[in-house]
Write a protein that binds this ligand. Structure first.
Ligand code: SF4
Length: 717
């Protein structure tokens, strides 16, 4: 408990995209407690991660000095394990030595092989200012658009479909709009584990009388509150969604005035839907035709209906098609553009929305301005004072593929800067991803810990945790919030903004963010954050033009679009038009398309990967948080009782899970919420890394890999 001498600092939870505001009690430099604060997304509520997942900041495993790989020390992916010790392959160095070496490697590769042989992975767990500065560094300092982050692995397909259909990649309505909804569809998401405070608002809506439909192959805790649970067969989401659309069209449930006035492409969609009757789709998806009709009627006839979704439907080769269907559902029924309606892709990380908005994606400059547009490139070239490349950038998976290209390939990626991202755990087909990282001629990682990715680096720069920085983050609701520094980084660890600026100056960039600002101190850990934010705001005027730093200091949070100082912000968008060229929502039919790798006689089970309530992403933070690690101390493979009996397994026994790409062994857990023929494995555990097994096949439009579905074989160890 916090002592009476503790300071209390308000900041943001470092974990999920809900964006809960927290109040941190800190004595000296030691955090002693966290409680919920009155932020717009949580009103004092917190989940177990926000409440107890803060002590990773104090972990004895924190990096406190720059590290340089010892001469001849091998980059050995096979040596990756839990409890990596930097002393095995690195030596400590001064900041000057490490930064000089880091920058010199990039300069050498750029001079010898050209800028397209360099790349950067930024982070969705940092601030907007870090994301903005990182992509600016890669585009202007490296000279390439090869810059991406984990959105490629979560909602890239959502963004592709939303930009195509609605002209905007963000949510239409905030989570708390469920208070105005009388029907809620949650599909391919497990908010009770992954967005727990959002789940509480949904449960409150159900208690008030809203009908909740939860559609997911796995049973999730939120389904306990559902009016109907649709446990469709894995990989049959398109059959289910097309059947719902078919019912709406054929039973006269279309909101014709909305469709006529505000959409385009209706006739082609109707033609496409002829083949998707519930009676034809029911055997495919495993949901009775009557239930499909009942759910479609209830959605269409609701006064206000919201749709939430997550990675269960996005991390597929047809992820973009799934989201096209959700857009069509909302459009055909007019459930968009009003309170309590709309489309809400639940954002995973605390700043994945903001990092994407800030341009941390290869094909988009800040505020989704297209790199391919020469006028956009010219504007940014002038604004930043550096001519931008006209070569399209590569995405996360493409970058690692290019790192394994032939030696003479001029497109081979040879050097990378990675900030707060852990592709050696999060990417699909990890043996391939780790080999790609190990093959790089120059890898610089800035992180708070010696992650599995940092283990393969040439230079490791000790960085800050969320509690050690001031800056903004944008949550799943499009709300820009200000987080404040709670403590100073330990030892010689430094703020990420400081590190980026030290690298930039060594690359020859003339940045002056740290010069004294008029309205905020630029010492005490600010590192020019206000000036960086204000520069970013100039590049994103159509979204955050009305959200000045001073306003955030005063109000704490403002929701965009907010275009002027007296604009209160717009939580609900698309009220009158869509930001598409025609102003109309574009309906796009989506035909059935199977997963890239289906079960067969050799690999008869389906692997579903995901997260647990207690562990976050690759576990870099939560596995170093004592309470969270105690709650879920090790990896498990969840199987239903029938499959366990068929395999002769009892709970706790070890099972081998093998795909065409790798094998892991881990204890089995009985979970009858896992569908027959499938195994669920969380991807946070390095000792049984689920992504060693996953399939890197990509959605052609969103370029998202199919980490939610691949074929595996199971056997007792
Ligand atoms: Fe943090 Fe998300 Fe939990 Fe809120 S719901 S406390 S943002 S992890």
């Amino acid at each position: 408990a916090a002592g009476t001498g503790a300071r209390r600092v308000d900041t943001l939870c470092p974990y999920c995209g809900v964006g809960c505001r927290i109040r941190v009690a800190v004595e000296g430099e030691t955090i002693v407690a966290v409680e919920g604060a009155m932020g717009p997304a949580n009103e004092g509520r917190l989940c177990v991660k926000g409440r107890f997942g803060w002590d990773y900041a104090h972990s004895p495993e924190r990096l406190t000095r720059p590290l340089i790989r010892k001469p001849g020390a091998p980059k050995d992916p096979a040596a990756i394990r839990r409890g990596l010790d930097w002393r095995e392959v690195f030596r400590e160095a001064s900041w000057d030595e490490a930064l000089d070496l880091a920058a010199a490697g990039f300069l050498r590769l750029r001079a010898q092989h050209g800028p397209q042989t360099l790349a950067g992975f930024g982070s969705a767990k940092g601030t907007n200012e870090e994301a903005y500065l990182f992509q600016k560094l890669v585009r202007t300092g490296f000279g390439t658009h090869n810059v991406d982050h984990c959105t490629r692995l979560c909602h890239a397909s959502s963004v592709a479909a939303l930009l195509e259909g609605l002209g905007s990649g963000a949510v239409s309505n905030p989570v708390r709009d469920v208070a105005h909804a009388d029907f809620i569809l949650v599909i391919g998401a497990n908010p009770a584990s992954n967005h727990p405070v959002a789940a509480t608002w949904i449960k409150n809506a159900v208690a008030r009388g809203a009908r909740l439909v939860v559609a997911d192959p796995r049973h999730t805790d939120l389904a306990l509150h559902a009016w109907r649970e649709l446990r469709f067969k894995p990989d049959t989401d398109l059959a289910l969604l097309n059947a719902l659309l078919h019912v709406i069209v054929t039973e006269g449930l279309v909101n014709e005035s909305f469709v006529r006035a505000r959409t385009e492409g209706y006739e082609a969609l109707v033609e496409h839907l002829r083949d998707y009757s519930p009676e034809r789709m029911a055997p495919l998806c495993g949901i009775a035709a009557d239930t499909l009709r009942e759910v479609a009627r209830a959605y269409a006839s609701a006064q206000a209906a919201m749709i939430f979704w997550g990675m269960g439907i996005t991390q597929h080769v047809h992820g973009t098609d799934n989201v096209r269907c959700l857009i069509a559902l909302a459009a055909l029924t007019g459930h968009i553009g009003r309170p309590g309606t709309g489309l809400h892709p639940l954002r995973g990380q605390n700043n994945v929305q903001g990092a994407s908005d800030a341009g941390l994606i290869p094909m988009m400059l800040p505020n989704y301005q297209r790199v391919a547009d020469p006028e956009v490139r010219d504007w940014f070239s002038r604004f930043w004072g550096v001519p931008l490349s006209d070569v399209p950038g590569l995405t996360v998976v493409e970058i690692l593929n290019a790192a394994l290209a032939a030696e003479a390939d001029p497109q081979r990626i040879r050097g990378m800067l990675i900030m707060g991202e852990n592709p050696a755990m999060s990417d699909p087909d990890l043996a391939h991803a780790r080999a790609a990282l190990a093959r790089l001629e120059h890898l610089v990682v800035q992180d708070a810990f010696l992650t599995e990715t940092a283990w393969l680096a040439d230079v490791v720069l000790p960085a800050s945790t969320w509690f050690e920085k001031t800056g903004t983050a944008t949550n799943t609701d499009r709300t820009v919030q200000l987080g404040r520094q709670v403590r100073t980084p330990p030892g010689e660890a430094r703020a990420d903004l400081w590190i980026l600026q030290r690298v930039a100056e060594r690359l020859g960039l003339q940045w002056d963010y740290e010069k004294k600002s008029n309205t905020a101190p630029d010492d005490a850990g600010y590192y020019g954050v206000e000036r960086i934010y204000e520069e970013m705001r100039q590049t994103m005027a159509a979204a955050i033009g009305g959200i000045s730093w001073a306003r955030l200091e005063q109000e704490g949070s403002v929701t965009y679009p907010c275009v002027s100082a007296d604009d209160p912000g717009q939580p609900v968008v698309f009220r009158e038009r869509f930001p598409t060229p025609s102003g109309r929502l574009k309906l796009v039919p989506a035909a059935l398309s199977p997963a890239a790798e289906r079960p067969d006689a050799d690999y008869p089970y389906v692997l579903i990967t995901g997260r647990q309530l207690e562990h976050w992403h690759t576990g870099a933070m939560t596995r170093r948080s004592a309470v969270l690690d105690a709650l879920e101390p090790g990896p498990t493979a969840s199987l239903c009782g029938a499959d366990m009996a068929a395999l002769g397994l009892v709970p706790g026994e070890r099972v081998s899970v093998r795909s065409r790409r790798g094998e892991i062994q881990l204890p089995v857990r009985q979970d009858d919420g896992t569908p027959r023929g499938a195994v669920f494995i969380p991807f946070a555990y390095v000792e049984a890394a689920a992504n060693l097994l996953t399939n890197p096949a990509l959605d052609p439009l969103g370029k998202i890999p199919e980490v939610k579905y691949c074929a595996v074989q199971l056997s007792r160890v």
